[in-house]
Design a protein around this ligand. Structure first.
Ligand code: SAM
Length: 325
């Protein structure tokens, strides 16, 4: 029977051997410091290494430290994740007031690292699984992130009202999970090529939804924790074939990048990108002039007592801090 590694045709034999070897090593963990709650000083004495490219990201080996069982963790001083997941937030830092959709957000690594780096943005963190969205919600609350709203809808739900709306869309797609092999023995045992094939239509459908929800000039981040081109470049290639107005854009280069067979997209293989478990990341911009979202409804009023805007939407009223119009 062919194993996962046998499907990685874009790797040389030597790279395949290195990848196999790296998958026998202990997993690497990342800790994103919640600088709104704590300073680096709280991490003194722990066996952590600061990431070369991000001074609020710290790396450690799962064998050396157990940072999840710690009062600082409970207090929301940091969030633990695969450090390679942070490449998205490192590359999406913006001064603008973005309205961002994370389509498959639970348990929250990408949303949380993005929200910390972009406090001026509003992130709609969605996961279709209510159970997982509840976990995500707990994580967001633990870190005290006021710029994240957690929802639990099928991603297609947003098409009703939000076509061409979001400035940034994060799509961390469900995948066969080879980038989880070191962290979770069950994922390794459950892996099969049939599973890979079964996920391709799901990934295509989610990419199509993301395209429709993204506004002109906006950026889509497509990622998986799979090493297979089928789930990675082939999905992105299909999106670009269907929508030639989507163009891959550069990621800031880091040591260990393994560039994909689509220019500018990157595989983070644990054999090469030592601070991580494995991801594929493609950033794509939708052509066209970027325009700020304007609130065009007249169905709102300013409540002086509350000092909040009250917006009527369908039969509900919502209170907002501010409205751009
Ligand atoms: N982005 C998350 C993070 O950084 O913590 C990890 C997301 S995980 C890779 C993929 C998510 O997709 C899961 O939380 C799962 O509930 C959701 N999902 C699974 N199948 C889906 C589908 N068919 N449509 C939309 N979301 C799906």
């Amino acid at each position: 029977m062919k194993e996962m590694i046998d499907y990685l045709n874009y790797l040389t034999e030597e790279d395949k051997n290195e990848l196999v070897k790296s998958l026998t090593l202990p997993s690497k963990k990342g800790l994103v410091l919640n600088t709104r709650r704590a300073s680096k000083a709280v991490l003194k004495g722990y066996n952590l290494t600061q990431d070369e490219y991000d001074d609020s990201l710290f790396i450690y080996s799962s064998e050396d430290e157990k940072m999840g069982k710690n009062v600082l963790h409970e207090a929301g001083a940091y969030y633990i994740l695969d450090p390679s997941a942070c490449l998205i937030s490192k590359n999406l830092i913006n001064e603008r007031k973005e309205i961002v959709l994370d389509m498959c957000a639970a348990p929250g690594g990408k949303t949380i690292s993005y929200a910390l780096k972009n406090p001026q943005s509003l992130i709609i963190a969605n996961d279709r699984s209510y159970k997982r969205a509840t976990e995500l919600s707990k994580n967001v609350e633990r870190l005290g992130l006021a710029n994240v709203v957690v929802t639990s809808y099928e991603p297609s739900y947003f098409l009703k009202d939000f076509e061409d709306f979001f400035s940034v869309i994060i799509l961390d797609a469900p995948c066969s999970g080879s980038g989880m092999f070191r962290k979770d023995e069950n994922v390794k045992e459950d892996w099969s090529y049939e599973k890979v094939l079964s996920l391709l239509p799901v990934q295509d459908e989610l990419l199509e939804i993301a395209y429709k929800l993204l506004k002109k000039g906006g950026v889509l981040s497509y990622s998986t924790c799979s090493f297979l081109e089928e789930e990675d470049e082939e999905r992105v290639r299909k999106l670009i074939d269907n929508h030639p107005d989507m163009t891959p854009i550069d990621l800031k280069h880091e040591e260990g990048f393994y560039y994909g067979t689509i220019n500018k997209t990157v595989h983070l293989l644990p054999s090469h990108y030592k601070n991580g478990e494995g991801h594929y990341i493609a950033l794509l911009r939708k052509e066209g002039e970027y325009k700020e979202n304007k609130f065009t409804s007249n169905k709102y009023r300013f409540d002086k007592d509350l000092s909040l805007y009250i917006v009527k939407y369908k039969n509900e009223e919502y209170a907002l801090n501010e409205i751009n119009d």
